[in-house]
Design a protein around this ligand. Structure first.
Ligand SMILES: Cc1cc2nc3c(=O)[nH]c(=O)nc-3n(C[C@H](O)[C@H](O)[C@H](O)COP(=O)(O)O)c2cc1C
Length: 334
């Protein structure tokens, strides 16, 4: 049987992930749980559980419940600054998780070795060439390069620029998956032709039938346009704000007001710098859960990428994957 051009271009990615199509659904806190993750893997893609702030016990249950729903491979996304990182790695090892994605900065000493000792492959985010090279030297198995079009926490550089800078030099050394702003199969085909082994999408899968996101959260995605998915604004250079891309709402306006208020308290000496920074950091605590689970899309954080404008309806995961594949095949045939 002759292999399609798309399968050829994805071969390295599918061999690495152990699935049919090298489309990963990036971990999304509160969204990427047992139902969405198993649905993605059952549809031939690669689902990733978002561990986020879960305790080792909660992760243990989530992995076990995912295994009940799929016999296909899936990954687990761990945040490097989680205080129980080593215990979470052990839980992944206990279940024979095949791929661990490390997000949130440089992995602490010993964590890469601990993951590899379980037999799992390690995937890291490389937001710049220097980091990509550092990760390769430290023995990671694959990289995700994610641009600032993406939903959630983002870096400063666009996906297209990262792809141009990193793929030509790095893609021959290990599988590289491109993420951020991918909404169609045409874009997938383009990054594969540039040397990517596969892609990672998040926003496009939020409105899947299998996603447990609240109906109001999904409705906000279906209504939203690219220009509504804005990055969090930092008002005062003394009070750092981690850039997050989300749909603008009352919460984003309140956050700006809160920063101005805290800066004034700081100027008048009513609060210390540490208290001021804490107030800024805590503003969004629990805000993603509030939006995804409770459906409070006005005050919660509706994290979404710029590709939100290409989310037009609720569909099944299988329908989304099939249409992405068809679009990519058509683009390559052209
Ligand atoms: C609602 C939401 C929550 C996310 N949460 C996480 C997370 O917990 N950990 C992580 O590494 N990435 C997270 N991301 C990023 C996704 O894993 C993925 O890389 C990104 O969505 C890809 O870009 P796209 O949104 O343009 O498709 C999140 C994205 C969204 C939209």
């Amino acid at each position: 049987m002759t292999q399609s051009k798309l399968s050829q271009l994805m071969q390295r990615g599918t061999d690495f992930l152990g699935c049919e199509t090298a489309i990963m659904c990036g971990a999304m806190s509160w969204v990427s749980e047992r139902h969405l993750v198993s649905a993605i893997s059952n549809a031939g893609g690669f689902g990733v559980i978002a561990c986020g702030a879960m305790t080792p016990d909660l992760l243990d249950t989530e992995i076990a419940e995912t295994i009940k729903r799929t016999d296909k491979p899936f990954g687990v996304n761990l945040i490097t600054m989680h205080p129980d990182l080593m215990a979470l790695i052990a839980v992944c090892g206990k279940h024979g998780v095949t791929h661990v994605v490390l997000a949130g900065g440089l992995p602490p000493k010993g964590s890469l070795e601990a993951i590899k000792a379980t037999g799992a492959k390690v995937i890291c985010f490389a937001p710049a060439m220097a980091l990509a090279k550092k990760f390769i030297r430290s023995g990671v198995d694959a990289l995700v390069i994610e641009g600032m079009e993406a939903g959630g926490h983002i870096g400063p550089v666009s996906t297209s620029v990262l792809a141009q800078e990193i793929l030509p030099e790095i893609a021959s050394q290990l599988p590289v998956f491109v993420a951020g702003g991918i909404g169609t199969g045409e874009m997938i085909a383009a990054y594969l032709e540039m040397g990517a082994s596969g892609v990672q999408l998040g926003t496009r899968f939020v409105c899947a039938h299998e996603s447990i996101a609240h109906p109001a959260f999904k409705k906000a995605f279906i209504r939203g346009n690219a220009r509504d998915a804005i990055t969090s604004v930092q008002v005062d250079p003394r009070l750092p704000v981690i850039p997050v891309r989300a749909l603008k709402n009352k919460g984003t306006e309140e956050f700006t007001r809160k920063q101005i208020e805290v800066a004034k308290l700081l100027d008048s000496g009513e609060i210390e710098m540490s208290e001021a920074q804490l107030q800024i950091e805590h503003f969004w605590a629990g805000a993603l859960r509030k939006a995804v689970i409770d459906g409070d899309i006005e005050h919660g954080s509706v994290m979404a990428g710029q590709s939100v404008g290409m989310v037009k309806a609720e569909e099944s995961v299988a329908e989304i994957v099939t249409s992405l594949i068809e679009q990519a095949e058509t683009a390559l045939a052209r």
